[in-house]
Design a protein around this ligand. Sequence first.
Ligand code: TF8
Length: 339
Amino acid sequence: RSPIRRRLALAAACASVLLAALPAAAQDIKPRLIRFGYGLAENSNQGRAVKVFADEVQKLSGGKMKVRAIGGAALGPDTQMQQALIGGAQEMMVGSTATLVGIAKEMALWDTPFLINNTREADALLDGPVGDKVRGKLEEKGMVGLVYWENGFRNLTNSKRPVTRLEDLDGIKLRVMQNNVFLDSFKQLGANAVPLPYSELFTALETNAVDGQENPYNTILSAKFFEVQKYLTVTNHVYSPWIVTVSKKFWDGLSKDEKAVLQKAAVASRDFERKDTRDEAAKALAALKAKGMQVNELSPAEATRMRDKLTRVNAGVAAQVGMDLWNETQAQLTKLRAG
Ligand code: TF8
């Protein structure tokens, strides 16, 4: 490189060091109010992580940017909040990737049954090129995806009977997320699958409008589903992520420094959330048993039967997300499993 280019590079490096050292007050940050909606209770892994995000934004912006956290689906179910983000009436949210499939079809990748075997694979896939590509699809639709959080491995509950064999699901009215892959998956298993927004789930279970549902242990605990569900079957049938999104209309009006605040806070909240969720999940099953739930594992033979039925939806997911993305995902997983 020429000496002049080297000097320029050096100057640029110094400038960025200086910039990083600047107090928040000297950065290009204006007072901003961010309404951040989410569906679970304040006292849940989702609520705790939104709080961490809010505190982090406050700190990094020197108190100029304020996050107003609004939980319990008070701003509406995920799909309604997504439309508010796209229209610019709400700034941020966190929710299930599964409810975004109608907006960005590639999100269906994360609904593939048994795609991800453990949290190491989840983090590598979601934080790597595949996760970035899927997240990136939201931009042209009016949303910016910042980071993925962990919802977790999903397990089945119901109020009718213990599910020990595939046939036990026959006729069980099972709430699923509003998503074609989940609908197809549970139809394959013989359940009477009913798509419902999460915000209507507790009441639907309580009034026996539906018999069962599936969610990670954390949510079964924080949403108090144990009060209205007797049986829990350990299925771990899919790993669900959450995604933190920003209204593109709002995002485009932010300065570089303001965007950096949100990005840094998002990463900090992700790291907190995954650890918190995993710590809680490790203890949650015992807590659910203590609350009176009757828990059963599946025999290896029955687990295989269910898995075989569920993975019948895979070809459909591959077609929906595109073979390039599907193959890239499988290749990364193969590599991860080898090393
Ligand atoms: C579900 C999801 C929920 C999310 C949440 C409201 O069952 O697992 O955790 O949608 O953001 O709907």
